[in-house]
Design a binder for this molecule. Structure first.
Ligand code: NAP
Length: 246
């Protein structure tokens, strides 16, 4: 039986690693053709290496308008239409106590996490409207937006921004039948979390009601649901996938 996303075209940023890679795998399993987008084209190509010939990889720096426009052009040239599923998973951390935080660490996190979400959403939604393609955009925020942990002023602010940005986009794009939702993952076992000291990860596992970190696939399954018709009335929501961590 065809999967719930059969025939759909999806672009996933940050597709070369962690949650983005897991999203590509789950959406492909559910029938979508995948455009794996990452600033590292090699890892994006690895992600799609055993998908069908209709999937592809594209290089993009989500923080650059020029790069996002080039990636969109590449997609339209190849598929003759824009994707109807857009997942913004590219993201970075530059944790540091506020009094010691370099301006660059603030700017880089803002540029990738929040401005990158804006640029991809704006450019791909413009194309969806132009081609009369309805669909679903899923932005990855973080529970860090609510936990407001010390050392994460830049990251928490950027991820709070993603939630508000998503709510506004949902209101503006509803008339085009483009739904926009955000996901707030908790601590998920990916290369991003590898940088977190072991004792912090143990502490997080202790206070998490499910007693463990999450797996990227557990986030990806929720994204596949939000991208599908089953979620046809979910718009402007922020969905926590944290094992109960709050
Ligand atoms: P990850 O394993 O580090 O993957 C992030 C991917 O984004 C990497 O492939 C990275 O490429 C790519 N990337 C970074 N900057 C980019 C840019 N300017 N343009 C395009 N791609 C770029 O991280 P993850 O854990 O999967 O995180 C995915 C998303 O979930 C992020 O938005 C993150 O903030 C969010 N999140 C993660 C967790 C968690 O616990 N893991 C929790 C809450 C939210 P390089 O490797 O080459 O830099």
């Amino acid at each position: 039986m065809p999967g719930p996303l059969f025939g759909k075209l999806a672009i996933v940023t940050g597709a070369g690693s962690g949650i983005g890679r897991a999203v590509c795998k789950v959406l492909a399993r559910d029938g979508a053709r995948i455009i794996a987008a990452d600033k590292n084209i090699q890892t994006a190509m690895e992600t799609i290496s055993n998908f069908g010939a209709e999937s592809s990889a594209v290089e993009v720096d989500v923080s650059s308008l020029d790069s996002v426009c080039k990636a969109l052009d590449t997609c339209i040239k190849k598929y003759k239409q824009p994707p109807s599923i857009v997942v913004n998973s590219a993201g970075i951390t530059r944790d540091c106590y506020l009094l010691k935080m370099e301006e660059r660490d603030y700017d880089d996190v803002y540029k990738v996490n929040l401005k990158g979400t804006f640029l991809i959403t704006q450019q791909f939604a413009k194309a969806m409207v132009q081609y009369k393609v309805s669909g679903s955009i899923v932005n990855i925020s973080s529970i860090a937006a609510k936990l407001t942990t010390i050392g994460q002023a830049n990251y928490a602010a950027s991820k709070s921004g993603v939630i508000s940005f998503t709510e506004v986009a949902a209101k503006e794009f509803g008339k085009f039948n483009i739904r926009v939702n955000s996901i707030l993952p908790g601590y998920i076992d990916t290369p991003m979390v590898d940088a977190v000291p072991e004792h912090i990860k143990e502490k997080v596992s202790r206070i998490c009601p499910l007693g463990r970190l999450g797996q990227p696939e557990e986030v990806a399954e929720v994204i596949s649901f939000l991208a599908s018709k089953k979620a046809s009335y979910i718009n402007g929501a922020s969905v926590e996938v944290t094992g109960g961590l709050s």
